[in-house]
Design a protein around this ligand. Structure first.
Ligand code: GLU
Length: 284
């Protein structure tokens, strides 16, 4: 069964880029007799707003998209995230970290001398300050938890490339070079000091809970995909296939952002555009 999802964060209006992503995911599933579902990614409680959520549903309906119930809401999923974190902790794959952004920046710059710092999907690659040979069995309550990538890679020695092309074709035999992968992402945070779950873990746990077979999303998230596939392996999930689409850009070539509502769907609606016009505008 093909199942795709659209997973917006209700922190601003949907713009043309979101419409493109939602339409592609919807059409990919429907054209293959599958299902399309929606997930509200509201883990960032300080920024998520229910007004935005209502507008998102309204825009999706106006675009002519239909989705299967129920809508999953990340703010209601703490127990599921906690379960996954506990498993990774029990497997000895997480370690506590109390570094500030500043600690990380200073340490990351130090060995290179020339201000050269390496960046991964989450910003500066963590230089391993809190990583240790052995961790205590007691899980601390007030620290962030990072994934020890080198240990994770021992538990999951091959990482399959799950990327597919927009026409659905794929290369079944691609294996990710684990050493290179570890170096390019570092020990990512999975649970924050505030106990809030991090994006990488939430998205993986939720894609599993919603039985997503194909993740259709923007190419800005491509660098996170191998982290997600690694986590799926560690948690014993079956990985979905990943289809990363082009990003919709403004006339200056900049990726559309939520704060810039010039290209928001509601603006186009106000100007009298039809859903078919939106499809044309994004090249569908
Ligand atoms: N919530 C994310 C966003 O709005 C999407 C996450 C995903 O598709 O994996 O950018």
């Amino acid at each position: 069964m093909i199942r795709t999802r659209f997973a917006p964060s209700p922190t601003g209006p949907l713009h043309l880029g979101h419409a493109y992503s939602a339409i592609l995911a919807h059409d990919f599933a429907k054209a293959r007799g599958g299902e399309f579902v929606v997930r509200i990614e509201d883990i960032d409680k300080s920024r998520a707003r229910s007004e935005w959520e209502n507008k998102i549903f309204d825009d999706l309906e106006w675009l002519g998209l239909t989705w299967s119930a129920p809508v999953l809401r990340q703010s209601k999923r703490d127990a599921a995230y906690e379960f996954a974190i506990n498993k990774l902790w029990a497997d000895g794959l997480l370690y506590p970290c109390n570094c500030s952004r500043r600690d990380i920046k200073e340490s990351a710059m130090a060995p290179h001398g020339e201000g050269k710092t390496n960046y991964g999907p989450d910003g500066i690659i963590y230089p391993g300050i809190c990583r240790q040979e052995k961790y205590s069995n007691q899980r601390p309550q007030d620290s962030a938890l990072r994934l020890d990538m080198a240990r994770a890679a021992i538990n999951c020695s091959t990482i399959q490339d799950q990327n597919i092309e927009i026409d659905g074709s794929r290369n079944n035999n691609n294996i990710i070079n684990t050493a290179q992968f570890i170096e390019s992402v570092g020990d990512v945070v999975l649970s924050r000091k505030s106990k809030e779950v991090a994006y990488h873990l939430a998205v993986v746990v939720d894609d599993e809970a919603q039985s997503i077979s194909h993740v259709v999303r923007g190419s800005d998230l491509k660098s996170s995909t191998d982290i997600h596939v690694l986590l799926q392996n560690l948690l014993g999930y079956t990985s979905p296939w990943y289809l990363h689409h082009k990003l919709i850009r403004d006339s200056a070539g900049k990726r559309l952002a939520k704060r810039d509502d010039a290209k928001s769907i509601s603006k186009f609606r106000e100007q009298g555009c039809s859903p078919a016009d939106i499809r044309t505008l994004v090249g569908l």
